[in-house]
Design a protein around this ligand. Structure first.
Ligand code: SF4
Ligand code: FES
Length: 321
């Protein structure tokens, strides 16, 4: 086991652990934000630079600081390493710069974007963004693409985090899309259209940190903070069948995977559960979903409700609007 100190808090982790995962072991107060890393997707991370941290002591053996900030999702800990994240002015400045770059071509259309309220870039901008842009040239624009009946690709909003590409590669059978071109011409290839036939393609919506890939069946139906998240499950032969139903009144507006504190899906779900099962009778309800992620949506008012023994549609109706 290696000892590492992050923002003054010591933690012991197995050799080979990344600084990011060591920080996550301590908790959200010291964990760097991530826009591209996703624990369940291999080789994710290393693209966005939002997780940069300062290593002020390399290790007990070699205590020299690292000369540059490092990507915590790709750097493994050494015994005796000392890291600063929230407490480092250099990190704060760099993160503000990264946020500015991520927003360079991103449209500020949160008022009409379905991802608003649970968008990682929105959260990052609130914490590190500037009020005004320092550029006046036109942002790059693309035509919107509907990928079949259920997924919409709004490339203008894409930050090229590669998560959906990793889903296509690792969760669906055979990769059918990727990033084409380079620099500010880069885009998620339209071959993404071919991925729609796969049973697990809907997970691309859940992993997308921004509103580039959205659920067409939920499009413009409600702001997420007006919906009521409820844990539910069903017997499914393709996936675990463990989901969150997002209610408005008696209607299930959308079905998603269950996300943890880091905004990552606990278990990927199949398209049948996500798109075809939108009746309460399709599901066994478990209780109110506690949204623990640090985001607009986690300012929810359902947190303190006690989980009843048998949770029914009437309990959902009784929740505050
Ligand atoms: S579409 Fe979303 S998940 Fe895919 S690369 Fe762009 S931002 Fe990432
Ligand atoms: S989360 Fe580490 S580089 Fe993106």
């Amino acid at each position: 086991m290696f000892k590492v100190t992050i923002d003054g808090i010591e933690v012991e982790v197995p050799e080979g652990t990344t600084i990011l995962n060591a920080a996550r072991k301590i908790g959200p107060e010291v964990a760097p934000p991530t826009m591209c890393y996703y624990s369940s997707l291999e080789t994710s991370g290393g693209y966005c630079r939002t997780c940069l941290v300062e290593v002020t002591k390399g290790s007990d053996k070699d205590p020299r600081p690292m000369p540059k900030l490092v990507a915590s999702c790709r750097t493994t800990v050494m015994d005796g390493m000392v890291v600063t994240n929230e407490l480092s002015p250099k990190v704060k400045e760099a993160r503000a710069g990264v946020t500015e770059f991520l927003l360079f071509n991103h449209p500020l259309d949160c008022p009409v974007c379905d991802q608003a309220g649970e968008c990682h870039l929105q959260d990052l901008s609130y914490e590190h963004g500037k009020y005004k842009t320092r550029t006046d040239f036109e942002r790059r624009t693309f035509e919107k693409i509907d990928i079949g009946e259920t997924i919409s690709l709004h490339m203008n909003r894409c930050i090229l985090c590669y998560r959906c590409v990793k889903v296509a590669e690792q969760i669906t059978d055979g990769r059918v899309h990727g990033v084409i071109n380079r620099g500010d011409h880069s885009e998620i290839s339209t071959y993404i259209k071919e991925a729609i036939d796969n049973d697990f393609s809907g997970n691309m919506i859940d992993v997308c940190p921004v509103g580039a890939l959205t659920d067409r069946t939920f499009r413009f139906k409600s702001r997420v903070w007006f919906t009521k998240p409820v844990d539910a499950h069903r017997d499914c032969e393709k996936c675990s069948g463990k989901v969150v139903l997002w209610y408005k009144g008696d209607d299930v507006l959308r079905v998603t995977g269950r996300k943890d504190t880091w905004g990552e899906v606990e278990e990927f779900i199949c398209n049948t559960c996500r798109f075809d099962k939108k009746k309460t009778s399709d599901w066994t309800l478990e209780g109110v979903r506690e949204i623990s992620r640090h985001s607009v949506i986690s300012a929810n008012k359902y947190k303190k409700l006690v989980k009843p023994k048998e949770f029914t549609l009437n309990d959902i109706k009784a929740l505050p609007e």
